[in-house]
Design a protein around this ligand. Structure first.
Ligand code: 8IG
Length: 274
């Protein structure tokens, strides 16, 4: 296994991110990116619709990135030039908290994106829905989050305000593209097990609408880096106990695949407006 500099507790994670940004500049030939986009399950096709991919880099060639844990999660970084001349860094290599590599590795892609110059961070994921009106395949905006991991990417006495974390300005732009977009509060659970029905009821009682295993820790790191954040969940299943049948990973993948063309087109149109 390759060693990862982020596994050395004495390493400065921002220095590692700066090195990673240097790798990206060298390997893509692009010095500066404007927008970063993390593609979660179901959102992968968006990259092809945003613009012209001018470089694709295996994540394993960039300092601090981990090999992907899941088949179907593309482990690469792409530099895309949009028709309006915006540079988008597409991150197809998310490290999940449940992989147990520590929170520094979870947020490394976000810190790297900031170090490439990106000032907008678009985070997407596949997730479970608590609102019964959301059928599998529904894309929703993230309006806020509840971090149930009991962890933070911030180290030491770093007090960061999280008001309007999921930018109401950017949500407004997304809704101008699709006025039917609903929104909800995302609860990040640790995973990798799905919730029990009782945990889903807890999430609902404390104000959650979406349950997932990513994004919240990344959003905190993006805010720390000064980025403006837009978050999208693809509801691939109703959360446990909300739907009457057991959750299966295969069903989740299938719902993602059938929704992918529609939501990817939506995401590409939104990116075009940012
Ligand atoms: I896709 O129902 C997907 N990811 N925690 N719960 C959690 N994560 C998910 C779910 C879900 N569906």
């Amino acid at each position: 296994m390759n060693s990862n500099p982020l596994d050395d507790p004495s390493a400065d994670p921002f220095e590692v991110a700066a090195q990673a940004a240097g790798d990206i500049a060298r390997l893509t030939g692009v010095e500066h990116h404007d927008i970063a986009l993390t593609l979660g399950s179901g959102w992968g096709k968006a990259a092809d619709l945003i613009g012209e991919t001018t470089a694709t880099v295996p994540a394993t060639e960039v300092t601090g990135f981990s090999a992907p844990a899941l088949a179907g999660h593309v482990g690469s970084l792409r530099s895309i030039l949009t028709p309006t001349g915006t540079r988008v860094l597409v991150i197809g290599a998310r490290t999940h908290y449940y992989e147990n590599h520590g929170v520094r590795r979870v947020v490394h892609s976000v810190r790297t994106a900031a170090a490439t110059g990106a000032t907008t961070m678009v985070l997407t994921n596949g997730a479970g829905g608590i609102k019964e009106t959301w059928t599998p395949g529904t894309p929703v905006l993230i309006s806020d989050h509840i971090n149930l991991t009991a962890d933070s990417p911030l180290e030491g006495a770093t007090f960061i305000d999280l008001t309007d974390l999921y930018s109401s300005r950017l949500r407004g732009i997304a809704r101008s593209v699709d006025p039917t977009l609903d929104e909800g509060v995302y609860c990040q659970f640790r995973g990798p097990h799905y919730e029990t029905p009782a945990e889903v009821q807890m999430a609902k009682a404390i104000g959650g609408h979406i349950v997932g295993m990513s994004t919240a820790l990344e959003a905190i790191a993006a805010r720390q880096a000064g980025m403006e954040i837009l978050g999208f969940s693809l509801i691939t299943n109703l959360a446990a106990g909300i739907q009457k049948t057991p959750l299966s990973h295969a069903e989740v993948i299938e719902a993602g695949q059938s929704a992918e063309p529609v939501i990817s087109a939506l995401l590409a149109r939104v990116i075009g407006q940012l």
